[in-house]
Ligand binder design. Structure first.
Ligand code: BGC
Length: 404
């Protein structure tokens, strides 16, 4: 059976500023890398200078949209400064996307904060929400004539979990109390930001579409040997991490679409208080280059669960990092089939973005993660389109897929 996608279907790829641009030395992640002795992002993919070239490649692959993020710390290196020349840089970035027929989707916060913001207590202090809103206003004003689709935050719960509970990302806290405060403030900032963006567009003819992205996994207990405690932990994780934020924001009527990031299935083991991931066990699913359990069926199941929101769904990230090239294509095709099947079964999916356009800096994993449609040689910064990207490009242009 052939599934035809809508004519306006967004076929894209996603990137984020800190992971690609390079030179983001005013971000809290930069301080963190040094403090923890981690691999440093430094020039990353030098996308700050090579963006034109990268967008031409995206066009060559046949994408019609690209998700980028704005680096707050680049625009506001200190609390009192807005660097107009950096805003102009992003205007040039957006113009280049448009010139290459790539519809821009813009994320305002993708895990990084300015150092001065972090020094003031970051997200755990409610007084700091205003700083983010001032930045949000400034960027929306500047880009409103060229952008209509916004993501205020990328994966707030991943950010909170890694930064405030697990302590492996900045600010490196391990405190449920701070985590709750920070999450609360991020949710408040989201809701204020949502209204602000709507207000800013009031004097235009455009109705902006605003959301955030949420990483959703399928969880399962990693073995049955401990009186069902692992399954219990999987249940807890699923409830804490999966749908409640969408439920809440949807009830508050401040979600215009669902921004889904889906990668894998997680096997969970019991550990106080929130369980933990278990990677070193054999399960029926294949593990990718980062040991993630690959589950196209899980992707389908999650998409079906999103039907209840009665909102359009955009898959804002889906992708893999592999040590064997052939698995990229297998992952792509299997996940696109799940997507097509879900559309056929009534889910209103209006876009799909591969993570990522380029190999890039994978946070605490450094340059180990290789998610790109385009391979990057970090010594020369040369780009090379991976073979599976051409397969993706063919599907984008055909705008249909056979699911059998
Ligand atoms: C994040 C990206 C990250 C990707 C792969 C997503 O959760 O938004 O920044 O690179 O996962 O780990």
């Amino acid at each position: 059976m052939d599934i035809k996608f809508t004519d306006s279907f967004l076929w894209g790829a996603a990137i984020s500023s800190y992971q690609c641009e390079g030179g983001n030395f005013n971000a809290d992640w930069c301080t963190w890398e040094k403090k923890e002795g981690l691999e440093e992002a430094l020039l990353a993919c030098d996308h700050y200078n090579l963006f034109n070239n990268d967008f031409e490649l995206a066009k060559k692959i046949n994408l019609n949209s690209l998700r980028i993020s704005i680096e707050w710390s680049r625009i506001c290196p200190d609390q009192y400064t807005f660097l107009e020349e950096e805003i102009d840089h992003y205007l040039r970035v957006i113009d280049s996307l448009i010139k290459n027929n790539l519809k821009p989707v813009v994320t305002l916060h993708h895990f990084t904060n300015p150092i001065w913001f972090a020094d003031k207590g970051g997200w755990s202090d409610h007084k700091n929400i205003d700083y983010f809103i001032i930045y949000l206003r400034k960027i929306t004003e500047a880009l409103k004539d060229k952008v209509d689709t916004w993501l205020i935050f990328n994966e707030p719960l991943v950010y909170i979990y890694n930064g405030y509970i697990h302590g492996i990302w900045p600010p490196g806290e391990k405190s449920i109390k701070l985590a709750v405060k920070a999450l609360n403030n991020i949710i408040k900032a989201y809701m204020i930001g949502y209204k602000e963006i709507k207000t800013i567009y009031k004097d235009t003819f455009v109705i902006p579409k605003i959301s955030l992205t949420k990483n959703i996994r399928v969880f399962s207990g990693c073995d049955k040997g401990n009186f069902g405690l692992n399954s219990f932990a999987a249940f807890i994780r699923s409830n804490c991490f999966n749908f409640w934020l969408f439920n809440y924001l949807n009830k508050k009527k401040c979600l215009d679409f669902i921004g889904l990031n889906f990668y894998c299935k997680e096997y969970t083991k019991f550990k106080f208080p929130l369980g933990s991931e278990c990677k070193n066990q054999h399960h029926k699913e294949r593990q990718n280059g980062l040991d993630w359990f690959i589950s196209p069926q899980g992707f389908y199941d999650v998409l079906i669960k999103l039907k209840k929101y009665k909102l359009p769904v955009i898959v804002m990230e889906n992708g893999t990092s592999e040590s064997d090239e052939s698995y990229y294509e297998e992952y792509l095709i299997k996940h696109l089939k799940s997507l097509a099947q879900a559309i056929n079964d009534g889910v209103d999916v209006v876009g799909y973005f591969w993570w990522s356009l380029l190999d890039n800096f994978e946070w605490d994993q450094g340059r180990k993660g290789r998610f790109g449609l385009i391979e990057v040689d970090y010594n020369t910064m040369k780009r090379k389109i991976r073979p599976f990207a051409n397969t993706y490009g063919k599907i984008c242009i055909q705008n249909r897929l056979s699911v059998k």
